[in-house]
Design a protein around this ligand. Structure first.
Ligand SMILES: O=C(O)C(=O)C[C@]1(C(=O)O)C=C[C@@H](O)C=C1
Length: 276
């Protein structure tokens, strides 16, 4: 599978401006997938293996899982066959179901240090418990009751949302590697001292975070409205997305988890190196 980052040129791939450009591109992807998802009610049953048990024959999983987990794990199993999870910017939610790719392996240049950072369980939990209820609320879709006819559509949209969020958040590894190479001595000291708070402070750029949130508000407002309303079209002028819910998702989930990925990646950065 293609990666969102140009991996043919290692110096470009670890250039912070280039990485930030990829993060900005992923904002569009995330917003559009969320617009698709909030067409449907929350449909809480699709996340609950008791309310709506789905039998799975995959022995790596419990016999009954939620519909959302079923669709996500089956998608990952299928995509693994075309090398999705060989790419250094792709991380699975269900590593236990992955299969050997049927395509020849791609030789990626080694950009990242070996690490096992994967925060997908936290991303999924926060997406289901915090992001979706908030994003669905404005439209009354949280309380409007379930629409059984939309179970599949909602769960399919969730796969797209979760994969985009995961990719964005795990891009933190490239950000961290870039920052480590720019200020190696400073980071070696902090990592050796296991000073997570110090590392967190060193990777934080409050001004960039502010810009991210402002740009996101503008994008969510712009993409969430039909641009032809008032010119060629008279209907459909309503907002398709709760703008503040998107900003909150970034402020409370996406940016903080990107920083967790950066810090945890750096905590493993010295293993097997001259600085260990
Ligand atoms: O752009 C960076 O430097 C990042 O580390 C990414 C990011 C983000 O998630 O957008 C996270 C932490 C920084 O404080 C600023 C932005």
């Amino acid at each position: 599978m293609d990666t969102a980052i140009d991996l043919s040129d290692a110096s470009k791939a670890l250039d912070l401006d280039n990485i930030r450009f990829q993060l900005i591109r992923l904002e569009d992807t995330i917003i559009f997938h969320l617009i698709e998802r909030v067409q449907f009610p929350l449909n809480a049953s699709i996340y609950d293996p008791i309310a709506l048990p789905v039998p799975t024959s995959n022995l790596a999983l419990p016999p009954n899982i939620s519909l959302a987990d079923y669709l996500l794990s089956e998608t990952e199993r299928l995509h693994s066959t075309v090398r999705r999870y060989d790419a250094p910017d792709e991380y699975p939610f269900f590593p236990q179901v992955l299969q050997r790719p049927m395509l020849q392996p791609i030789k990626y240049p080694k950009l990242l240090h070996d690490n096992d950072v994967n925060v997908n369980d936290i991303i999924k939990e926060k997406y289901i418990k915090e992001v979706l209820p908030e994003a669905c609320r404005k439209f009354g879709r949280e309380d409007r009751g379930e629409t059984k006819e939309n179970y599949g559509s909602a769960a399919t949209s969730d796969v797209a949302c979760l994969q985009a969020l995961s990719r964005r958040i795990h891009f933190g590894k490239f950000v961290a590697e870039s920052k480590f190479r720019a200020e190696t001595e400073r980071f070696v000291k902090l990592i050796k001292a296991e000073d997570r708070a110090g590392i967190d402070a060193a990777i934080t750029n409050a001004k960039v975070e502010q810009l991210v949130l402002e740009r996101l508000r503008l994008k969510a407002r712009t993409y969430g409205k039909d641009p032809s309303v008032g010119s060629t079209n008279t209907a459909g002028g309503e907002e398709k997305l709760d703008v503040e819910a998107v900003v909150k998702m970034y402020a409370q989930v996406v940016i903080p988890l990107t920083k967790v990925v950066e810090v945890e990646y750096l905590m493993q950065r010295l293993k097997g190196t001259q600085w260990e």
